[in-house]
Design a protein around this ligand. Structure first.
Ligand SMILES: C=CC1=C(C)c2cc3[nH]c(cc4nc(cc5[nH]c(cc1n2)c(C)c5CCC(=O)O)C(CCC(=O)O)=C4C)c(C)c3C=C
Ligand code: FE2
Length: 514
């Protein structure tokens, strides 16, 4: 089989070989132009909105095809140190004074630590308006609906968590990453404190923020632990931070900056390439193995309707890793697919399961799975990939299976995260939008408000990714089941509100305001 990207027959609408014009940016030297107001999100066409990275001058065609990727600019600096120095000089925020207390806030998803945590964890997830975005009129239903869906989904999720030891390893791994990052920063003469703020489980972002206040942090770098930005992950955490910051006098005055995504950084790309290279060597005939990048999916509407840059960033990330492997003379065939879809709506394609079957049918005998959207082991690597997809691959005729571990605390990766933090420090509190130099930063930066204005500024209503009720097999049946269930919820609510009694009162969801 020829090397290069394998396109599954179940391939996506905006395929990896599609070419589209790149949005204008201030300067061709600028690696990212995530700063708003220059380009009004409304003014951008859909194809422009999904790829906001300004890697090439305005007139250049930007393509994700294999052929053109070799002509593309290097995405990461050859000499980070030199550029940091020049950036530091360029920004007039002044030197860090002795009383300055630097904090780094790592944002992550969080996961249930015990089986009893599963349903409340799912409730928090589905109560997030960036996961289920209800029409304005129905917003008051968010919590009852989240309760309803979480109760329905909990048994299936519990099974998964039970099979990986009774809980998610996410907290332990993220705490370890925070400690290693802290050590790395101190070793680089940046005495910073590192905090972990989870979106859906302990330690919650609110708890981390309270600690940040108690510690008297004056400069904060916000670093989501997702390499690629999605409205549903980093975006959701930033949305929460925005509301916490807005309501708090201390935080309003605390200087901060956000590193929204960092998939293009040299240390991350090289660390991923190292892991892939190492795992390939475990196969009898490494050159015959297909490298299978599997990313967590998002509903298609996030990308196509809300302008989520996730898919564009993911494709670019894969291209960069492949370029790095090619430099090492590793020219295996590869493909990218999306896993873990929930509910009846269409998610990013091609789907991982369909692609595995497809590859088996095409005679592929060796597959190396590379989880790419997350830097810790979690239920979707340990259960979905290691158990479900492996089984599917073997059933589909793929005889040799391997999986690249998540990065975890891999030293080169942690050291690169520390560099990202250090590079961002000159911009903490700097008015990134009005600051010409900041726009040319190596690390795409911005305040919480700026980033939220860039991505998803209109907060369009999106179809709920999960179904409320499930029976029958057809899509239309599911739609009608959903509508019927919605009606049932409304009737129940009406009864509850009028009688003051019912299951929502028993669960403490109503009354909404105490
Ligand atoms: C980049 C990573 C992730 C994206 C994008 C994402 C979007 C997304 N997820 C759901 C629904 C669920 N996610 C669940 C678990 C989960 N999700 C991610 C990452 C991304 N999610 C991780 C790492 C995990 C596992 C955490 C752990 O405990 O180990 C779950 C719960 C598990 C299950 O029941 O399957 C749900 C549900 C949606 C709807 C969504 C986009 C809209
Ligand atoms: Fe998820």
């Amino acid at each position: 089989m020829r090397s290069g990207r394998i396109q599954s027959s179940a391939s996506c609408s905006a395929s990896s070989s599609s070419t589209f014009p790149h949005p204008p940016c201030l300067s061709s030297a600028s690696r990212h132009c995530k700063f708003p107001r220059l380009l009004s999100p409304r003014a951008l066409s859909l194809s422009q909105r999904v790829s906001r990275n300004c890697l090439v001058p305005e007139t250049t065609q930007f393509s994700f095809s294999k052929q053109s990727s070799t002509n593309r600019k290097r995405l990461f600096p050859v000499n980070v140190g030199a550029l940091v120095t020049s950036n530091t000089e360029a920004i007039s925020t002044g030197p860090l004074v002795a009383e300055e207390k630097i904090g780094v806030l790592l944002l992550n998803l969080g996961g249930p630590e015990t089986l009893d945590d599963v349903q409340p964890f799912l409730f928090n997830l589905f109560a997030d308006p960036d996961i289920i975005r209800l029409p304005r009129l129905f917003r008051f239903l968010q919590k009852p609906l989240a309760q309803f869906i979480s109760v329905l989904r909990a048994p299936k999720s519990k099974e998964g968590y039970a099979s990986i030891g009774g809980g998610s390893p996410l907290r332990r791994i993220t705490d370890d990453q925070a400690e290693e990052l802290r050590k790395s920063l101190w070793a680089k003469d940046v005495p910073a404190k590192v905090y972990v703020g989870m979106r859906y489980w302990h330690p919650f972002t609110e708890e981390a923020i309270e600690q940040i206040k108690r510690d008297g942090i004056t400069k904060l770098v916000v670093l989501p632990l997702y390499p690629q930005f999605s409205i549903s992950t980093s975006g959701s955490s930033l949305r929460l931070l925005e509301s916490i910051f807005r309501d708090d006098e201390y935080l309003v005055n605390m200087q901060h900056t956000v590193i929204p995504s960092w998939y293009q950084r040299e240390g991350y790309i090289k660390s991923m390439a190292n892991l892939i290279e190492k795992e390939l060597q475990k196969f009898d005939r490494p050159e015959k193995v297909v490298i299978f990048f599997s990313a967590h999916g998002v509903p298609l509407a996030y990308v196509e309707e809300a302008g989520d840059p996730y898919k564009a960033e993911m494709e670019e990330c894969v291209d960069l890793i492949i370029e790095e492997l090619e430099k090492r003379k590793i020219t295996n065939a590869y493909t990218l697919a999306y896993q873990s879809r929930v509910g009846p709506v269409e998610w990013l394609k091609p789907y991982t399961d369909d692609t595995i079957v497809d590859l088996g049918r095409k005679g592929v005998k060796g597959l190396l799975a590379v989880p790419i959207s997350f830097v810790s082991e979690h239920i979707e690597t340990l259960e979905e990939i290691d158990v479900e997809y492996k089984e599917l691959a073997l059933e589909s005729g793929i005889q040799n299976w391997g999986r690249v571990p998540a990065l975890g605390c891999e030293p080169m990766f942690i050291s690169d995260l520390a560099d990202a933090v250090i590079e961002s420090l000159p911009y903490v509190g700097a008015m990134a939008v009005s600051n010409l130099e900041a726009r040319q930063s190596l690390v795409p930066l911005g305040s919480v408000e700026e980033l939220l204005a860039t991505y998803d500024s209109q907060r369009r209503e999106l179809p709920a990714p999960v179904t409320v009720w499930e029976w029958g097999w057809t899509k239309s049946a599911e739609t009608w089941n959903g509508r019927a269930a919605m009606l049932a919820v409304l009737v129940l609510l009406l009864l509850e509100v009028t009688t003051g009694e019912g299951f929502l009162h028993q669960w403490g969801i109503l009354p909404l305001f105490h």
